[in-house]
Design a protein around this ligand. Structure first.
Ligand code: NAD
Length: 460
């Protein structure tokens, strides 16, 4: 059996619970061995992973390495830090408790469900799994059915390298998700859209299961006039059009200082040609939209505004050229929904307060980008806006820094993972206070007569 049958989900969960109860996953040596196995599995299946991503998204090999296979770095980071993460941490006690010692023991939560999205279908399953293994849990993985080649490969890989009572893949769409969500887990990490995030949280609430929701939204990219224009343009072009814009943290729209807008648009146009040639359709370095349905949704967004770059498309081949739209109104559909494709609307501002006000009038984004060398402007934007993460003078790169927690806030999600944050997400911090028998001060015991004054002195 490569992937678990839907009818046997309850049985599978029972087997995982029994395996977890043996305590094997708590052993640090076991966790390290499984992390190494996971790394080995990726290395041995590199070609198959690249082929699956090519089949699902026409993902260029380079992009597959830099955004998917790169998850190996997360594994290495977890292996390197596992001893320090798992070590019980001493905690302070107040003076009157001088004969006690306090420690925090991170313990695995138990059974983890990881539900992935289709845009980085490998990374979005494996990166959370790294945290789940490091923290000593059993995991059930549900990759997105919309990237079927990667989903099927993940199922085969996990079945080959891990026992199903430790890690298993359940393939399928909404039905599979719903069957899984009907069961009790000890933590659910979901990556996907905000609407489905709400469904997941509602289902989890029935079992009081904690959730980490990695959702989406419209991530703004502010471009001030105090910049190195050439570097800014390259970094925006890369972050927006990698994976044909199907990235949760892609710059969704530009907020540009009016003074530099013409130069910025001209530069973006030139750089798109530099990256993908005169006809990006022929470029081996440009991905495709995941499905015809998604392609049709994106093409509808081109109806309003003035297309200044791109706009060409071939639905049958799931192709949309890198596109820039000017003269956009805030009520246009392209400014109402998360774009999640290679379309970049440009909005100008005359004063940064307008850009900040616009961002704050909308749901909190997953990422916020600011290009500016002006330190006080950087501080102002950091202090006056809220977002899952921020990248100053670049796009997307914060996702790849294992030591930085990754996650959203408000409508863009809750909770974090990557590195220590991933370990913490799948651990429970158990507080342990230890007393001894060498002394037993009686000030807290009844009869309380004559003890209140002492207590008051202690508290005040
Ligand atoms: P989606 O919400 O449609 O699907 C995600 C997962 O949920 C899939 O595995 C799917 O099978 C399952 N699902 C779908 N409908 C369901 C239902 N009714 N009940 C239970 N499960 C259901 O998202 P998607 O289209 O795969 O991905 C796009 C969205 O994900 C975008 O909004 C994007 O921003 C977001 N995203 C976020 C991150 C992040 O790290 N925050 C990363 C990638 C994508």
């Amino acid at each position: 059996m490569i992937t678990a049958e839907l009818s046997s989900i309850a049985e599978l969960i029972q087997k995982q619970r029994e395996f977890f109860q043996t305590g094997k996953t708590k052993d640090i040596a076991f966790r390290l061995e499984k992390l190494r196995t996971l790394k080995q599995a990726i290395i041995e299946n590199e070609t198959a992973i690249l082929q699956a991503l090519q089949a699902d998204l026409h993902k260029p090999e380079f992009e597959s390495y830099i955004t998917e296979i790169v998850v190996i770095k997360d594994i290495d980071y977890a292996i390197k830090n596992l001893y320090s993460w798992t070590k019980p941490k001493k905690s302070e006690v107040s003076l009157e408790l001088f004969n006690y010692s306090a420690k925090i023991y991170p313990e695995p939560v138990g059974l983890v469900l990881i539900i992935g999205a289709w845009n980085y279908p490998f990374n979005l399953i494996i990166a959370p799994l790294v945290g789940a293994i490091a923290a000593g849990n059993c995991s059930i993985l549900k990759p997105s059915e919309i990237a079927p080649a990667t989903s099927s490969l993940l199922a085969k890989m996990m079945a080959k390298y891990f026992d199903p009572e430790f890690i298993t893949v359940v393939e399928g769409g909404v039905e599979a998700s719903q069957k899984l969500l009907a069961e009790k887990f000890d933590h659910i990490l979901f990556t996907g859209g905000t609407a489905v995030g709400k469904i997941v949280m509602e289902a989890a609430a029935k079992h009081l299961t904690p959730v980490t929701l990695e959702l989406g939204g419209k991530s703004p990219c502010i471009v001030d006039s105090e910049i190195n224009l050439e570097h800014t343009i390259r970094r925006i072009t890369w972050g927006k059009f990698i994976n044909a814009g199907q990235t949760c943290i892609a710059p969704d729209y530009l907020l540009v200082d009016k003074k530099i807008k013409p130069d910025l648009i001209n530069g973006l146009k030139k750089t798109i040609t530099e990256f993908y040639g005169e006809t990006p359709y022929n470029s081996a370095d440009y991905a495709r939209i995941i499905s015809k349905k998604h392609c049709e949704r994106l093409i509808k967004l081109l109806d309003k505004g003035e297309i200044v770059v791109g706009g060409e498309n071939k639905v049958e081949e799931r192709y949309i050229a890198p596109t820039i739209i000017d003269q956009v109104s805030l009520t246009d559909p392209v400014m109402q929904e998360e774009i999640f494709g290679p379309i970049l609307p440009v909005i100008e501002y005359t004063d940064i307060t307008e850009a900040i006000a616009l961002i704050n009038s909308r749901p909190k984004p997953l990422a916020l980008y600011l290009f500016s060398q002006n330190k006080s402007l950087q501080q102002r934007v950091l202090q006056k806006t809220s977002s899952g993460g921020v990248c100053l003078n670049d796009t997307m790169m914060h996702f790849g820094v294992s030591s930085l927690p990754f996650g959203g806030v408000g409508d863009s999600g809750m909770g974090n993972y990557h590195g220590k944050a991933g370990f913490d997400t799948f651990s429970h911090d158990k507080s342990v206070l230890r007393n001894s028998f060498w002394l037993d001060l009686k000030w807290r015991y009844a009869p309380y007569k004559d003890k209140l004054a002492f207590l008051k002195r202690l508290i005040k």
